[in-house]
Design a protein around this ligand. Structure first.
Ligand code: SF4
Length: 270
């Protein structure tokens, strides 16, 4: 696993603020946007937004060590930074972990170090509730891909949930969901949730269980980014006690593929 700190981001969606990146091997297999299987059994990368051209170039350099450093060096750099007003973890990649299991020691160390910065927040696709294995066809551009996601047992989900709850003392960890059902499950556990949704979803919508969903303002207001989102009350994704989930409409080159995957995940959960 490799990690990187950008002290002042040039990313338009983030604005001028500090953020971190993690290598691709931190991403758990339960993320539905990570990979797809082709009809011949080989795999291709999924439509994760981080595989977009410019972000992917940065991510490659985190992976290959040109930018990425090991966890110890990452924590050292984080602890030596002048405290910043806002810190967004994992602009690409995920929390320290392997397969679908968070690394307890590293995650807690990370959260306890990032606390010196004001308004720190991050995201994770590590599963916090049990899930059945999923195997659904996703047809895209004439190719019948298969979306295969592994089963997540109750003990593993509880392990991840306990680590995230501990991290939340010092670091807001948003559970990245791929369906509205997953939002309901995360919120029922008392965790803040964000979710990818099809384009055209209303700015304010709700889940089957009635959790309000509010679209990230940076996706519809060109003057909003993570560096100014929420004003003096702090960025929406940092507000761990908020009573709403945040939605991110599918966009970019792989929008249609992303939407088909999200539909397949919801169908598989029925
Ligand atoms: S809701 Fe605010 S903090 Fe969260 S991603 Fe959007 S702009 Fe950034």
């Amino acid at each position: 696993m490799k990690f990187h700190i950008t002290e002042v981001s040039l990313n338009k969606k983030l604005g001028a603020m500090s953020c971190s990146s993690s290598s691709r091997d931190t991403c758990p297999p339960s993320c539905s946007l990570k990979q797809l299987m082709l009809p011949d059994g080989s795999e291709r990368e999924g439509p994760c937004y981080a595989n977009g051209f410019h972000t992917a170039m940065h991510w490659d350099q985190v992976d290959n060590g040109k930018r990425g450093v090991n966890f110890t060096s990452f924590i050292e750099k984080l602890s030596l930074m002048i405290p910043v007003p806002r810190f967004r973890g994992q602009q690409v990649g995920d929390l320290p972990g392997k397969d679908n299991k968070l690394d307890k020691e590293k995650c807690i160390k990370y959260a306890d170090t990032v606390r010196r910065h004001r308004h720190p927040f991050t995201y994770t696709h590590y599963p916090v509730t049990p899930r059945a294995a999923l195997d659904e066809e996703v047809e895209y551009n004439g190719v019948a891909y298969r979306l295969k996601l592994p089963k997540v047992g109750a003990a593993l989900a509880a392990w991840n949930k306990a680590i995230i709850s501990r991290m939340m003392r010092n670091y807001t960890v948003n559970v990245s969901c791929d369906s509205l059902n997953q939002v309901d499950e995360a919120v029922a556990l008392g965790l803040p949730a964000v979710v990818a949704v099809p384009r055209g979803t209303p700015k304010v919508s709700s889940t089957p269980e009635g959790v309000r969903c509010v679209q990230c303002p940076a996706t519809w207001d060109k003057d909003t980014n993570c560096a100014n989102c929420g004003g003096t009350k702090g960025p929406l994704c940092w507000r761990k006690d908020r009573d709403y989930a945040i939605t991110f409409p599918a966009h970019g080159t792989w929008r249609r593929l992303t939407e088909k995957i999200l539909t397949a995940v919801s169908k598989g959960e029925e």
